[in-house]
Ligand binder design. Sequence first.
Ligand code: ADP
Ligand code: MG
Length: 235
Amino acid sequence: MKRQATDPRIAPDGLALEALDLRRIYKVGASEVAALRGVQLRIESGRFVALKGRSGSGKTTLLNCIGGLDRPTSGVVRVFGAEIARLNDRQLTRWRRERVGFIFQSFGLLPTISAYENVELALRIAGVGGRERHRRALACLDLVGLTKWIHHRPYEMSGGQQQRVGIARALANRPQLILADEPTGELDSGTAREILALFQHIVREEHVTMLLASHDPLVDGYVDEVLQMKDGQLV
Ligand code: ADP
Ligand code: MG
């Protein structure tokens, strides 16, 4: 189905992400580490894209600069047309909360509260009202196949189930963009395939754009496009 230009999630030119000459230099004592060295990137809306490359090639740094968790040293990042460097810290936090879903290698769940509460908390922080929070949390947990597990806590679940909770939480606020950093890094290959298939399903059905950083060769079979990073640049 072709999505309409009136869909507010789609920038007029259909670009979800754009990076122009993006650089990120870390200062470590007296020396400098150039983690990003002039990244040029264009990703169209609704695509599922993998960012591959060896450890230390700059994948996490790029994801963080795109998602507003880090600020680049120079260059431009546009996400759905918005230049995020122009936002002040408060605006950036709010933008991130409303527009971006993050998925992490180690899941990033609160261990002492249930799957349901982990998802519901993300909605609470975003200021969503009680009834809608309940409805949305259940819908997201259902989407990831955890309806029977909502009252379990992360430590009572398998790695794959915990990552499903992480995915439900990332989806809770209806983000336009999902950034996943090594999401299958702690999963066996069978479980990794299930999670990658779930991502594929979500990108199609929830109309999100997804950028996934990984060095897992399995990923290639599930994404629309593979981008290769080397020494802080896309090659
Ligand atoms: P990847 O995710 O591909 O493994 P990273 O983005 O984590 O790569 O790291 C890219 C480079 O930047 C590496 O050389 C790493 O050591 C360096 N780096 C990452 N984060 C920091 C930091 N907070 N301080 C200093 N150097 C960092
Ligand atoms: Mg990394």
